[in-house]
Design a binder for this molecule. Structure first.
Ligand code: ACO
Length: 439
């Protein structure tokens, strides 16, 4: 494939190489500056080091300037980066995600940043290309990320794969329906979050094994989720856990903090960082705890799925203020392998013509045949039923978006009438995808 001038890094005086633990301080400096993070790099290093160490720092990729000749003295910040200095980086966590069909390895792309005075020279493009090849070599068929800006990643084949929301309700409107499922056999306990870790892990593991989009949470990510230091509190209380249990153990939890000031004089708000449960009655019990705490005016939920249970359980769901928050970006790194390892809701037999500028091994025609017993996806020379960019497959892969939307807006081409509709039916899922894990 022909490269543009920007895509020939050697000609611009920098190269891409694998990084390691020793590069970590330089990476924190570059990404911290790129993301306009606070100047407390030590806090960032302390927060990130355990997460990166869990993966052995083996997935760091760096853009490194060959030398500083002719560039003048480095500034104070740059000096920390040193000679042969790092001007850009990308990294990835080795996650396992619940996707349609089971739990699969997924590269969780993270730590993307380019030194401000080296932007728009193709550094990210070179890093992304190398990273996609590395991810494929590791046998991961999917990559996922949370984007700082939505305009960055579409060109690299990623697409929004779901929708997640912030929601908020005033307690006087937070009445649950009389027929909301209630189980007198359940008990509810409030504790410091760190004291309930075993229960939280158990509930989370159950949910994360079945809810599409969920990541299996590792010990270091649990440490991060339960981190309760002044920088994580943002003026709120310590992190609390309310745990709902039955005879067989924990069935649901909410992690929340309180803020004892606000628009209602002395009344507080509750900020729910996570809430999940394994049974309908446990959801009801969690909401009843949150909505009946004394001195509370409002309950805010930091992140909920499109099919969040609360909207169904409220007597008046119109009182729930819901705002689009963010969404996970997904990319098929190996198109035939990702399509073959997925499950399908209905039989489908379709030839896809895929365009992929940054992962050329995906470009071409793929014959996808699937039914409820399994799927196969192989290269073909047959005429395509539809032609599309690889990013469209990322959008639809978790069942959170229909390809029909792209067809209607002219952003994919259907050669066989009805092919997109049939593929959408096969890709559809009964539940909305949700990823509770920031990374
Ligand atoms: C998963 C995560 O970690 S999300 C965090 C992402 N990081 C940040 O937002 C930190 C601040 N931003 C940066 O560090 C850089 O601007 C980056 C990493 C976003 C881009 O790095 P660059 O080296 O400038 O990208 P590169 O030169 O390869 O640009 C490739 C193309 O993307 C475009 N592009 C890059 N960044 C953006 C952006 N933020 N918005 C819109 N377009 C962008 C460029 O214009 C270019 O397009 P073109 O080829 O059509 O001219």
């Amino acid at each position: 494939m022909e490269q543009t001038e920007r895509e020939r890094p050697a000609e611009r005086g920098w190269t891409v190489r694998a990084g390691g633990r020793e590069d970590f301080p330089a990476v924190v400096e570059v990404v911290g500056e790129a993301l306009l993070a606070s100047d407390e790099r030590e806090v960032s290093r302390e927060r990130l080091a355990p997460l990166l160490a869990e993966d052995g720092y083996g997935r760091l990729l760096l853009a490194v300037e060959a030398d500083r000749a002719g560039r003048g003295e480095p500034s104070g910040d740059e000096r920390a980066v040193g000679d042969g200095r790092v001007i850009g980086s990308v990294n990835a966590f080795s996650f396992r995600m619940a996707v349609p069909g089971g739990i699969r390895p997924v590269a969780g792309v993270t730590g993307v940043g380019v030194w401000p005075t080296r932007r728009r020279q193709g550094v990210l493009t070179a890093l992304m290309r190398r990273q996609l090849a590395d991810i494929r070599d590791r046998g991961e068929n999917l990559a996922a990320l949370w984007a700082s800006e939505g305009a960055i990643y579409g060109r690299f084949g990623y697409a929004l794969a779901n929708s997640e929301y912030r929601s908020s309700i005033r307690v006087e409107h937070a009445r649950l329906r009389p027929d909301a499922p209630r189980d007198p056999g359940l008990s509810t306990e409030l504790v410091r979050a760190s004291g309930a870790r075993a229960d939280l892990e158990r509930v989370h593991a159950t949910v994360a094994s079945v809810q599409t989009g969920r990541l299996q949470r590792s010990p270091a990510f649990w440490d991060a989720a339960l981190r309760d230091t002044p920088d994580t509190r943002e003026g709120r209380s310590s992190l609390k856990a309310v745990v709902v249990s039955g005879a067989d153990g924990p069935r649901g939890y909410a992690l929340y903090r309180t803020l004892r000031k606000g628009e209602d004089g002395n009344r507080a708000s509750l900020h729910v960082e996570e809430i999940t449960a394994t049974s309908p009655a446990a959801w009801t019990a969690l909401y009843e705890h949150l909505f009946t705490r004394d001195l509370v005016a409002r309950v805010d939920f930091a992140s909920v799925a499109q099919d969040d249970p609360l909207q169904y359980l409220l007597t008046d769901p119109t009182r729930l203020a819901t705002t689009f928050d963010d969404a996970l970006w997904l990319r098929l790194v190996d198109v035939p392998a990702a399509l073959a390892e997925r499950s399908y809701a209905a039989p489908v037999d379709v030839v896809l013509e895929v365009a992929d500028r940054h992962a050329p091994w995906n470009a071409g025609r793929w014959h996808l045949r699937a039914d409820r017993s399994g799927a196969a996806c192989e290269a073909t020379v047959a005429a395509p039923d539809l032609s599309l960019d690889v990013s469209r497959l990322g959008a639809a892969h978790l069942g959170g978006n229909a390809l029909t939307g792209y067809l209607r807006t002219g952003l994919l081409t259907e050669h066989t009438p009805g092919a997109v509709n049939l593929l959408d039916t096969a890709l559809s899922r009964p539940e909305a995808p949700f990823c509770d894990q920031d990374f």
